[in-house]
Design a protein around this ligand. Sequence first.
Ligand SMILES: Cc1cc2nc3c(=O)[nH]c(=O)nc-3n(C[C@H](O)[C@H](O)[C@H](O)COP(=O)(O)OP(=O)(O)OC[C@H]3O[C@@H](n4cnc5c(N)ncnc54)[C@H](O)[C@@H]3O)c2cc1C
Length: 538
Amino acid sequence: MQADYVIVGAGSAGCCLANRLTEDPNSHVVLIEAGGRDWNPLIHIPAGYMKLLEHPTLTWGFKAEADPGTNGRAINYPRGRVLGGSSSINGMIYVRGQPEDFDHWAQQGNRGWSWDDVLPYFRKAENWAGTADAVHAKGGPLFTSHGRDKPLLCRAAVEAATQLGCVYRDDVNDLAEGHGDGVGWVQQTRGGRLRASAARSYLRPALKRPNLRVVTGALVHRVLFDGTRAIGVEYSRNGKTERVDAAGEVILSAGAIGSPHILQLSGVGDPDHLERIGVTAHHALRGVGKNLQDHYLARVSCRIQGAPSLNQQSRGLGLAGQVLRYVAVGNGILTYAASLVAASVKVLPESATPDVQALFAHGSYAPGVSRQLDTVPGMTCGMWQMRPLSHGHVEARTPRAQDAPNINPRYFSDPTDCRAAIGGMRWIRRLFAAPALAKYVVVENAPGNDVQSDDELLHYVKQTGGTVFHATCTCKMGRDLLAVVDDRLRVHGLQALRVIDASVMPAVTSTNTNAPTIMIAEKGAALVREDARMALAA
Ligand SMILES: Cc1cc2nc3c(=O)[nH]c(=O)nc-3n(C[C@H](O)[C@H](O)[C@H](O)COP(=O)(O)OP(=O)(O)OC[C@H]3O[C@@H](n4cnc5c(N)ncnc54)[C@H](O)[C@@H]3O)c2cc1C
């Protein structure tokens, strides 16, 4: 098999690239995905994501290494393994991040990645349900919208946050540079009743093009090289080893776990690590798999009275009513993203802009990271530190693609991250004590009144929290010794090989990572096409 472009991974980035690169009828693209088709209805019904986090075939079933940051627990580390990748199993929150996140990327020497540079690519992706303006656009492939409901407790949470000094924001994606604390309704990647995964938004419309071929159930083992030029990839499918040749470029879009793993198995990485696992080094690039950044979520939850909560609406007759509502008018709890309300607040005195993201839900979970809703009425607010200083790694353990790599974000290995988490937990307690919410509170379930000191709070956070699923930065873009790609997303020192996905972020964005990853792919596709035009003209 041969193509101009071979894309590895049909996730948020890979589906966008497959669409944009096949807009040129002369470009032949092969898209290779380890997972299968996205036929499971739970993918498409928004609330179905709660049932997908540990799905045996639609996810990779990864676990992070046991680490002191999680009190020695090996936490689940879900990643999508299906057309659409993680965008097919994610919480559908559409929040882009702070303008300063991208300005910071540019300040590190990455030309073309400042907020002003990337805003056109966020807009290019978007088909916004509201009116187009300077921030949002209509006509792109990705449906985005406000949630359809504003439940009583969520409205109370918005009011409570304003009582603590947050500014109410009608549009959480419209942030001025240097903004302060704010609260607003999260936006969703949803079109009508259904999830707007990257597969639905980008891949499905491109499937009818004769210049796109999608191969599912194909696990890529390594990139093939002729000297320093990438010429294709080797993969296994139905027990057979096959290859596909790339006349133009190989593009790795296998995500923040998959892309560094494939590079390492191809002999591109830290030579000491490659030697340890028995892979012959082909090209030394010490940063491959380093710099893993992620957000870590811990929650405060309360038992409540006097307002409806998800705990009741998602059971028995309540659930039956919600199903009818979904079918009849297309709203209600089955259309919800992982959360409806978000507050961005500053808890560290040294931060210039908010440093903690708090997400409110009018439901509560059983203690720990389990997604099992409580049987009694409840509400929860979870929080993550936006810009953690802890860095971890993704490291192949063996030369076999079938063996999961070691994954360790090394949460809380930097003391600043501990201070931010403690500050975030205290802010949530203040939120629940603000007049607009306090009237509903019966008792704090978790962490509970016994947990008060900084040490107790941090212990609780480490003991009960988990990933917010924002793995990034493992093939970071930049110019320093640990950078893996340049600002055109080309792998340093090699030809015809790019990485285009969440792994190239130089630093994790402050909030959710799907929108920025799709932006990266939109911009990456433009860079690929521009370079091809330049090569033709030369
Ligand atoms: C459970 C969950 C909830 C989330 N919630 C949100 C949210 O609400 N809002 C938000 O903004 N972000 C959310 N995220 C994060 C967001 O979805 C990701 O940051 C984004 O999808 C990453 O895109 P990607 O293209 O880098 O990787 P992915 O979308 O993960 O795509 C990588 C693809 O490559 C494939 N692949 C990997 N290795 C190989 C191989 N060796 N051979 C062949 N194929 C391979 C994978 O199967 C996958 O399809 C969530 C993520 C998860 C997992």
